[in-house]
Design a protein around this ligand. Structure first.
Ligand code: MG
Length: 324
């Protein structure tokens, strides 16, 4: 990067040291931070590559939003509260308009979730965004993948399948009206990391994960880490109204089970704590649905009205070059 480009980047990303215990933010060789006492740091990193994880020519503000939101989703899955993040940005060239849009999206989300940008690096190359987020969680309180036990009830927050539907719409596999288009683009670019829900679930849920690769894959990670199996009752899977209008039931199931990009939480609850979850749901503090049960064995099986259902796992769909 030429020095003028560094100046440009500094202009858009240096917004003073963050609060939240970050003693010294961007500008020195390292950021200096003070970890909250009696808490564990939860650290996670996700890289988003243009035309793999988002279309290269997408609105830069939306790219900035999505990049931080999907990272925060991993903190939510641990029950952690966001503290700060670092940014590794690789761009073909430093363009003022693109940087302005991207930084606006990024800082919108940073403000919404009280998560300060404390450092980073910029290099020239194909558009790639790496973000490392740090959060705090009370010692021994984090929601782990490895804690599920036989007899736990499996829940998911929100609705499933919207992320995969959005990918199909971006790839122009479906024609939709404006309101449906807007709805699904919001779901793709502005997923809501379930930070509040993750914190509520600490001490109630046993295991949790965020759904980035589809329910079968992600619940499968819980099963593998916990040494258990799971049965999902597909008729209990929650879908949004726009998705129900868009495609038939079979497609909805495929997308919920094997699509991706939903960024909801999947969590397991021991029978003794079910009443606490039901109370939270009844009080409107938690939007979640019971979808199955943890069972002995391994892997995730699906049932429809208690009958076995064969499901093919199509896996995560990547973008192809040239999509807009
Ligand atoms: Mg995750």
């Amino acid at each position: 990067m030429a020095s003028g480009e560094f100046e440009l980047i500094r202009h858009y990303f240096c917004r003073g040291p963050g609060a939240f215990g970050a003693a010294l933010g961007i500008g020195d060789d390292c950021a200096l931070v003070e970890a909250p006492s009696a808490k564990q740091l939860a650290v996670s990193m996700d890289t988003l590559v243009a035309d793999v994880h988002f279309p290269k020519n997408a609105d830069p503000e939306l790219i900035g939003e999505r990049a931080l939101r999907v990272n925060l989703s991993d903190l939510a899955a641990m029950g952690a509260s966001p503290l700060w993040f670092t940014l590794g940005l690789t761009i073909p060239k430093a363009e003022s308009q693109w940087l302005q849009g991207f930084s606006t999206g990024l800082f919108n989300v940073a403000g919404e979730y009280d998560c300060a940008l404390i450092g980073g690096d910029t290099t020239r190359g194909p558009l790639t965004i790496s973000i490392q987020v740090h959060g705090a969680v009370a010692v021994k309180n984090a929601l782990l993948r490895s804690n599920a036990r036989v007899g736990d009830i499996v829940f998911v927050t929100g609705e499933l399948g919207d992320g995969a539907a959005a990918v199909a719409i971006i790839k122009q596999e479906f024609e939709v009206g404006k309101s449906a288009f807007d709805y699904f683009m919001q779901r793709f670019y502005r997923p809501q990391p379930r930070i509040r829900e993750g914190r509520l679930l600490c001490g109630i849920a046993r295991a949790a994960i965020d759904i980035s690769d589809g329910l079968l894959a992600d619940l499968g990670h819980i099963c593998e880490a916990s040494g258990v199996g799971a049965v999902v009752q597909v008729e209990q899977l929650p879908f949004s109204e726009p998705l129900e209008k868009l495609v038939d039931r079979q497609r909805r199931l495929d997308w919920a089970l094997a699509g991706g990009d939903d960024y909801q939480l999947c969590f397991t609850v021991p029978p003794a704590k079910l009443n606490q979850i039901e109370t939270l749901i009844d009080q409107g503090k938690l939007n979640a649905s019971a979808i199955g049960e943890i069972v002995p064995g391994s892997g995730v099986r699906c049932q429809h009205e208690d009958q076995p259902l064969a499901v093919t796992r199509t896996g995560y769909q990547h973008f192809v070059n040239g999509t807009t």
